[in-house]
Design a binder for this molecule. Structure first.
Ligand SMILES: [Zn+2]
Ligand SMILES: [Zn+2]
Length: 309
């Protein structure tokens, strides 16, 4: 389950408002063990509000599922099993991660619950069943690499079961069992996954058919961040037109980033698809080197970004 915490969001059942971090515009997540709502981006904490900040109703409740809730439910279902949890919340205890993994290797844990941290680096011949809960969540993010990453993770997780003398079984929980990434992950068929994925990348000019350059403009002032992002995008398209590159240097945006606000900064992004290799790269560098921005605006340049959140 790739979400730590107990639940994934807290919502008002009256007006639908979701409690978000005031600095990061992402839902605060309920941590039952410490009885706090936490922001997973900036670590801000708050107590559970008595009333909805929007409509004043007291009908706030938590929804969605995180690792802590899975751990709780599994303990209820299997009261005699020894259940432990591994996710980055336990990393605050020094060496906890290594201790738990070695306990698991020594068969002192029956069921291990966790995030993808479990998938990485666990090689245990005694694992006979692996379950991936809400397996769709990794694919439903606005990122052109989502399928590739989801497939990678699923095949990696699936490879954890049945490594020893016992036969293994892997279960994916999904609403889209026919989705090619699930089918090919199930068959452990990288070639087939690649064939489908590469066609989609080509159709939309995503890497490796282009290079993505991501510009993030951020400011504590929402309006000013958006304004400077618009100015840069406009200047860039004017320049590409002037040089006759329009077909090869595609500018997308500006749009608010998926995480619109982070640590108190409003964020806007411009994506450039460069289909001119080095020539395009040089053109973009030259363009960016000439940009001067007011002090309250920050520009981050990410070439070949690992994610576009
Ligand atoms: Zn409300
Ligand atoms: Zn935050």
């Amino acid at each position: 389950m790739n979400r730590r915490g107990y639940s994934t969001y807290t919502q008002c059942k009256c007006c639908g408002t979701v409690i978000e971090c005031s600095d990061c515009s992402i839902p605060m997540i309920w941590h039952a063990s410490v009885k706090k709502l936490k922001c997973h981006y900036c670590n801000k904490e708050m107590s559970f509000p008595d009333y909805c900040p929007q409509c004043g109703s007291d009908a706030l409740s938590t929804s969605g599922v995180g690792t802590q809730k899975i751990e709780f439910l599994i303990k209820e279902l299997y009261p005699d099993a020894r259940v432990e949890r591994i996710d980055s919340d336990i990393l605050t205890r020094k060496n906890a991660h290594i201790e738990l993994l070695s306990k698991f290797q020594k068969k002192e844990i029956d069921i291990l619950v966790g995030t993808q941290m479990i998938a990485k680096g666990l090689d245990n011949p005694n694992v006979t069943l692996v379950g991936v809960l809400s397996a769709d969540s990794g694919f439903n993010i606005p990122d052109f690499r989502a399928s590739e990453r989801g497939f990678q993770l699923l095949t990696q997780v699936a490879g954890r079961a049945g490594r020893g003398e016992f036969k293994g079984k892997v279960l994916f929980q999904t609403y889209n069992p026919d989705y090619y990434a699930f089918q090919t992950a199930k068959a452990q068929d990288y070639e087939k996954f690649f064939e489908t994925e590469i066609k989609a990348r080509q159709e939309f000019d995503y890497p490796p058919f282009s290079q993505i350059v991501r510009l993030i403009l951020s400011s504590q002032n929402n309006f000013r961040a958006e304004k400077s992002a618009m100015e840069i995008a406009l200047r860039l398209s004017t320049m590409t037109e002037k040089f006759g590159f329009t077909e090869y240097l595609e500018t997308l945006g500006p749009t608010p980033c998926v995480i619109e606000k982070l640590n108190g900064y409003y964020r806007f992004q411009i994506l450039i698809k460069n289909k001119l290799s080095q020539k395009g790269h040089d053109f973009i560098s030259k363009f960016l080197s000439k940009i001067t921005l007011p002090k309250d605006i920050k520009l981050a340049i990410d070439v070949d970004p690992l994610d576009i959140l």
